[in-house]
Ligand binder design. Sequence first.
Ligand code: NI
Length: 172
Amino acid sequence: MALLPILRFPDSRLHTRAAPVDVIDDTVRQLIRDMAETMYAAKGVGLAATQVDVHRRIAVIDTSEDHSALQVLINAEIIARSGECDSEEGCLSVPGVRETIRRAEWVRLRALDEHGKPFELEADGLLAVCIQHELDHLDGKVFVEYLSRLKLGRIKTRLLKQAQEDRNAATD
Ligand code: NI
């Protein structure tokens, strides 16, 4: 198991569109274990492969308090959605930022599990929001890109400044 480095916005690699997974083998399963470990260590509720610079359609999600509900999504597609809800989101690639985003309230998706078995899942509430957020990552979209240009500009400036300070601290 290994903790993977997480790309930080506005890293342009976060805008890569992930390709479908063709073969679900031990390499993919190892990546999934590492992604889950990385997500738990960072206290996140979801992580897309894009965020660890692997551009394949894989995401892990666990919205439980006690890490008991790991959901692995491979080649997931939302096949139905309904309603609207506004909820506050954060992202491990956009540290320190929480913003309200409008999403579908309910989704149904089709995906493969870590053994290549197809399944369907219906979700609402936090899980539905999380699924939409992670699938956006795989399409190269970060949640703050739903915000106004002005707000997004401020967030970019703040994060670039923070990254610079972190680099300075590392070399002091
Ligand atoms: Ni995210």
